[in-house]
Design a protein around this ligand. Structure first.
Ligand SMILES: NC(=O)c1ccc[n+]([C@@H]2O[C@H](COP(=O)([O-])OP(=O)(O)OC[C@H]3O[C@@H](n4cnc5c(N)ncnc54)[C@H](OP(=O)(O)O)[C@@H]3O)[C@@H](O)[C@H]2O)c1
Length: 325
């Protein structure tokens, strides 16, 4: 074992994971439990149906109660933070999520947590006009100036069991005769398998040095290639059309009204088209998206995955609702 891996968090330790019943948090928590850690999750959506339920301690993710947040983290060595909001909705903006995350970082410091493994985004920038990318850059800076040692992981797009983007592209491809691509579709994406991200998080939790790394898979696709790859794998061949971004946004709005969700925001389209979801470094994940899609061709996109149902509908009132199933 090298000196940078002397077990800040490994075996018999207590680890904190935000959203251990969520998409990436679940994969991280699962691995921590396998390693023998005790896991405490901060979440507002405990899932009695989850295989992790009863195996992780649950505390609320209540940013209005710093004392409780601090107490929830006391005795833990590493905080694995996946908390973020995908888009501004219902009064919960990215600026608000930045404030909340700062509160979480301060609570971790007060609880004398040693280290944070933080999930960010590829190409965050303080001067980005996109609040998602600007907010992530602000948080990276806040972590760097905190008392915690850190591993900052920057994924581009995640795929795997329970993802939203890849699943919902497949959903649309299965159901509609047309699929609209904003602009040329030549901008790129470099997706990483959620399990590979969780492996990077495990490594990040065990090391003691502070570092930042892109979390990206071995394949880079143009957006058009990504859609074609999914389309081929699921055997659905709607006409791919290239529309101006504004028109795609309009169509997403109409679809969102039907599906009772926010399908794609203007900022998400801008981030995609600005080539921000790709790394300039080497791949850090190893799983092929194409291979994964092929092995899940029968199931991906059969049900719509709703962001609003997951995060905005109150517990028991449709979190698992899957329109279209
Ligand atoms: N998914 C991707 O393709 C992707 C791509 C690039 C970067 N990332 C980054 O990866 C991290 C994890 O993403 P994920 O998809 O795994 O996230 P997720 O499971 O949907 O959510 C992770 C955590 O954020 C909380 N959360 C999410 N939306 C919220 C909202 N609107 N209001 C309050 N709390 C909310 C969840 O709370 P509950 O536990 O209460 O549900 C959970 O604790 C994020 O930091 C994201 O920016 C994701």
């Amino acid at each position: 074992m090298d000196s940078e891996r002397e077990g800040v968090g490994s075996g018999d330790a207590t680890s904190i994971v935000t959203g251990a019943f969520g998409f990436s948090g679940q994969q991280i928590a699962k691995r921590l439990l396998l390693r023998g850690d005790k896991v405490r999750t901060l979440t507002n959506h405990p899932q009695p149906g989850s295989p992790l339920f009863g195996r992780v301690q649950v505390s609320p993710l209540d940013f209005g109660n710093t004392a409780q947040l601090t107490e929830s983290m006391r005795g833990a060595t590493v905080l694995y933070n996946t908390y973020w909001v995908r888009f501004s909705y219902g009064g919960l903006s990215h600026e608000y999520a930045v404030r909340n995350t700062r509160t979480l970082i301060h609570a971790a410091e007060a609880a004398v947590v040693k280290r944070i493994v933080h999930v960010s985004i590829t190409n965050p920038a303080m001067d980005s006009p996109l609040p998602y990318f600007k907010g992530k850059a602000e948080l990276e800076q806040a972590i760097q100036s905190s008392s915690l040692s850190y591993a900052i992981l920057r994924p581009a797009v995640l795929f795997g069991e329970g993802d939203i983007l890849i699943n919902n592209i497949a959903f649309m491809l299965r159901r509609f005769p047309l699929f609209a691509i904003p602009g040329t579709g030549e901008y790129r994406v470099q997706p990483i398998f959620v399990d590979d991200l969780a492996e990077l998080a495990m490594d990040g939790g065990q090391r003691s040095d502070s570092y930042t790394v892109d979390a990206v898979g071995p394949e880079t696709y143009t957006y058009t290639e990504l859609v074609q790859t999914i389309s081929r794998a699921i055997g659905s061949k709607p006409l791919l059309v290239h529309w101006p971004a504004g028109l795609v946004r309009l169509a997403s709005g109409v679809l969102g009204a039907i599906l009772k969700d926010v399908v794609l925001t203007e900022d998400e389209i801008k981030g995609l088209m600005a080539d921000l979801l790709v790394s300039h470094g080497p791949p850090t994940g190893r799983t092929s998206l194409e291979g994964w899609i092929k092995s899940h061709a029968g199931t991906i996109g059969n049900c719509y995955a709703s962001e609003l149902a997951r995060h905005y509908v109150s517990e028991g009132a449709g979190k698992n609702s899957r329109p279209g199933c």
